[in-house]
Design a protein around this ligand. Structure first.
Ligand SMILES: Nc1ncnc2c1ncn2[C@@H]1O[C@H](COP(=O)(O)OP(=O)(O)OP(=O)(O)O)[C@@H](O)[C@H]1O
Length: 378
C-alpha cells in the first residue's frame, strides 16, 4: 500500500499543490519554515483524520481561506483508492473514502496506519504522563476500532460528569444521586479499557525491548510498567464511588483510566528522572518503531512512516540505525523532511529503493527529482 498522489488546497501555507509520490522514499527538502512539515501533516490528516503535530483543524486552514481540502490517491491493498478531507471554518470536518462520506471520522482510523517520528518525541519519554497515555491510545485506536469507540465514549461521559461536578460546586450542593447514572456507565468502560491496555502491553513490551536493544547495541534493558486504578474491577468500583465527594470538591473526576500511568525504566530506574539525553532519544525511537511493528503485524502491510527533521535532531548513530532498517526493506513508503538537500541526498542515494526529492519553497513544491537506484515504477 502506498500514497500515489496528494493534492492540497488552502492547507496551511499551501494555496494549491499537487504531488506524485514514489512507493519508496519521498524526501521534502527546503529552508526552515518553507512548508516541509506541513506536507507530512497533510498526509497525517489523510491517515488519521487529524494533525499529527497538535494543530487544530481551524489552524490548518490557510490564513487567506475559509476552508482546506486534502485529497490522496492510494494504491495497494486498502478497501478504497481515493481519500478526501474537507474542513470549512466552523463546520464539521468531512471525510470521504471513494466519494462516500463517513458518518464518523473514527471509521477511517486504522484503515491507513501511520507512524510519525518527530523532533519532540523525547517529550513522550521525558514529559508528563499524559504524553505516554496519548501515545498508547493512538496506537490502540489504530489497532482496534472498538477501542477507539469505547475510549471516545469514556471520554465523552467523563466530560459530562466533570461538567456536572462543576455545576454542583457552583450551586454549593453535593448530590451523589446525580452522579450515579454516569458512574454506572463509566465504571465498566474504564475496566474494559484497562484490560485492553494491559493485554496490548504484553505483546508490545518485547517489541519495545528488542528495538531499544538494537538501537543501543544491547547495553541496557528498557522496561515498561502499566499502572491503573482499574486493574482490579471490584476494588476500582469501590474506589470510584467512594471518590464522589472528593471529586465534587476538586470539580473533576479524580479516579479512572484517564489517570493511568505507563512507566519506563532503564535497568530498573525511571528513565524520566535518570535517563541521559541519548537514552531518552533512543527510547523515543524504540517506542515509535515498536508501534510501527505492532501496526504492521496487525494489518499485514507496513504503515506509512513520516520522519520529520531526523537528520537535524538525531545523532549519526540513530540515523544510521534507521537507514539500515530502510536498506533491509523493513519499511514501506517513507516520507521525510530535511532543511539541507545535499545531506539527505548523500545519505539516501545508496539505498536500494525508489527515491524522489521534492524541493519546497514558501508553500510551493518545485519540480521533483528522482535519485534512487531503483526506477520509480518498482
Ligand atoms: N494556517 C496557515 N496559513 C498560512 N501559513 C501557515 C499556516 N499555518 C502555518 N503556516 C506557515 O507554515 C510555515 C511552517 O511550515 P512548516 O512547519 O511545514 O515548515 P518546515 O519547512 O517544516 O520548517 P522547519 O525546517 O523549520 O521545520 C510557516 O511559515 C507558517 O507561518
Amino acid at each position: 500500500m502506498h500514497l500515489a498522489q496528494l493534492h492540497l488546497h488552502f492547507f496551511k501555507n499551501y494555496e494549491r499543490s499537487d504531488l506524485e509520490f514514489v512507493a519508496g522514499i519521498n524526501c521534502f527538502v527546503g529552508p526552515n519554515g518553507s512548508g516541509k512539515t506541513n506536507l507530512l501533516d497533510a498526509i497525517h490528516y489523510l491517515c488519521l483524520t487529524k494533525s499529527g503535530f497538535g494543530f487544530t483543524d481551524s489552524q490548518s486552514i490557510a490564513h487567506q481561506s475559509q476552508f482546506f481540502t486534502l485529497q490522496a490517491e492510494v494504491e495497494g491493498n486498502t478497501a478504497f483508492s481515493l481519500l478526501k478531507c474537507i474542513q470549512e471554518q466552523g463546520k464539521r470536518k468531512l471525510f470521504y473514502q471513494d466519494g462516500r462520506l463517513l458518518e464518523r471520522l473514527g471509521e477511517h482510523v486504522g484503515a491507513l496506519p501511520v507512524v510519525l517520528i518527530a523532533p519532540d518525541d523525547a517529550d513522550m519519554v521525558k514529559g508528563p504522563e499524559e504524553n505516554r497515555r496519548k501515545f498508547f491510545d493512538n496506537t490502540l485506536c489504530q489497532l482496534d476500532p472498538v477501542y477507539l469507540k469505547r475510549l471516545s465514549r469514556y471520554q465523552h461521559l467523563l466530560k459530562q460528569r466533570n461538567a456536572l461536578l462543576k455545576t454542583m460546586q457552583a450551586k454549593g450542593r453535593f448530590q451523589a444521586d446525580f452522579l450515579a447514572p454516569y458512574d454506572s456507565q463509566l465504571i465498566p468502560e474504564a475496566i474494559w479499557i484497562a484490560e485492553q491496555r494491559q493485554q496490548f502491553l504484553m505483546d508490545f513490551e518485547p517489541l519495545l525491548q528488542a528495538q531499544y536493544q538494537a538501537i543501543t547495541a544491547g547495553q541496557e534493558h528498557l522496561q515498561l510498567q502499566y499502572e491503573s486504578q482499574a486493574r482490579d474491577p471490584e476494588q476500582f468500583e469501590k474506589m470510584f464511588r467512594e471518590a464522589a465527594y472528593q471529586d465534587y470538591l476538586a470539580k473533576r473526576s479524580t479516579v479512572g483510566v484517564h489517570k493511568d500511568n505507563f512507566h519506563l525504566y532503564l535497568d530498573g530506574h525511571p528513565i524520566r528522572k535518570f535517563g541521559s539525553q541519548g537514552q531518552v532519544k533512543s527510547a523515543a525511537i524504540a517506542l515509535k518503531l515498536a508501534q510501527f511493528l505492532a501496526l504492521k503485524a496487525r494489518v499485514g502491510f507496513p504503515p506509512i512512516l513520516l520522519l520529520d527533521d531526523i537528520f537535524d535532531k538525531l545523532d549519526d548513530k540513530r540515523i544510521q540505525f534507521l537507514l539500515r532498517l530502510v536498506a533491509q526493506n523493513e519499511f514501506g513508503q517513507l516520507f521525510l523532511t530535511d532543511a539541507r538537500p545535499e545531506r539527505s541526498k548523500k545519505m539516501l542515494a545508496s539505498l536500494q529503493t525508489s527515491i524522489r526529492v521534492f524541493p519546497v519553497e514558501k508553500g510551493r513544491v518545485l519540480a521533483a527529482e528522482d535519485i534512487g537506484q531503483v526506477p520509480p515504477s518498482e
